[in-house]
Design a protein around this ligand. Structure first.
Ligand SMILES: C[S@@+](CC[C@H](N)C(=O)[O-])C[C@H]1O[C@@H](n2cnc3c(N)ncnc32)[C@H](O)[C@@H]1O
Length: 222
């Protein structure tokens, strides 16, 4: 090979490297197989559970609302109050598996907590969930923030207290969501009146299901 030809090949090589790099790199970086496998596992688990969520679990449509909220806002630091056997946590953690986040979920009942752990394992989501067996009245006070997503679904008469404890630990842009916002449970009205009166929160209610989910975005620090 002549010296001239060698130089030509050298420049061709450099050109191809520069041209192909932006096309090839993102594909390699995403590691699509890992998430495709996880998606399949979660979908299979959820399908196997259809009609079997009997522990006051959220309906599927509400799980999807939580999932979409997390993906849309790229949330990563989530807290759930009231795990039960883990239906909402599966939807939340599935979304967090895509944003690179993690969920702390709290349950006071040992039997439901243990069933939730088994469900997280079956769904392949254990790595994205830090499940705590604890009284949320105490634990939410102790949790160190910051968080960008909260889902409240335990004792309704404590919703306002959960909000008061977690609002300062929520980042601006983050949101506090609460289940059964359309219901007449004791404590719901008091909670909604309180969050709607906060000038640094913007609250709406998603009514995709009859339960309703209040969504309160933190728009500024207090
Ligand atoms: C409506 S269920 C949660 C359903 C769950 N989010 C789901 O979709 O699978 C409420 C749960 O909150 C739990 N709970 C009630 N009071 C609590 C407390 N103080 N601390 C922690 N968990 C509590 C109950 O034991 C119950 O399992």
């Amino acid at each position: 090979m002549t010296r001239k030809l060698k130089i030509r090949y050298y420049f061709l090589f450099i050109f191809l490297l520069l041209f192909l790099n932006p096309i090839v790199s993102p594909a390699l970086a995403e590691k699509p197989h890992k998430n495709v496998d996880l998606d399949q596992k979660v979908r299979k688990f959820l399908a196997s559970q259809e009609g079997k969520w009997v522990d006051w679990n959220v309906p599927e449509v509400d799980g999807k609302v939580l999932y979409d909220l997390i993906i849309k806002n790229n949330y990563q630091k989530a807290v759930e109050i009231g795990t039960s056997t883990g239906h909402s946590a599966v939807w939340i953690a599935w979304a967090l598996s895509k944003t690179g986040g993690k969920l702390i979920t709290i349950e006071i009942d040992k039997g439901r907590y243990q069933k939730a752990l088994a469900n997280f394992k079956k769904a392949g989501l254990t790595d994205y969930i830090d499940a705590r067996l604890a009284d949320a009245h105490e634990l939410v006070e102790e949790l160190k923030g910051p968080f960008d997503f909260v889902f409240s679904d335990a004792d309704k008469d404590w919703y306002k207290n959960y909000f008061i404890a977690l609002a300062p630990k929520l980042e601006v842009g983050g949101c506090f969501t609460a289940h059964n916002a359309s219901g007449n449970w004791g404590g719901i009205k008091e909670f909604l009146d309180y969050v709607q009166s906060r000038p640094n929160f913007d609250t709406t209610i998603d009514r995709s299901s009859s339960s309703g989910i209040s969504i309160s975005y933190k728009i500024a620090e207090e």
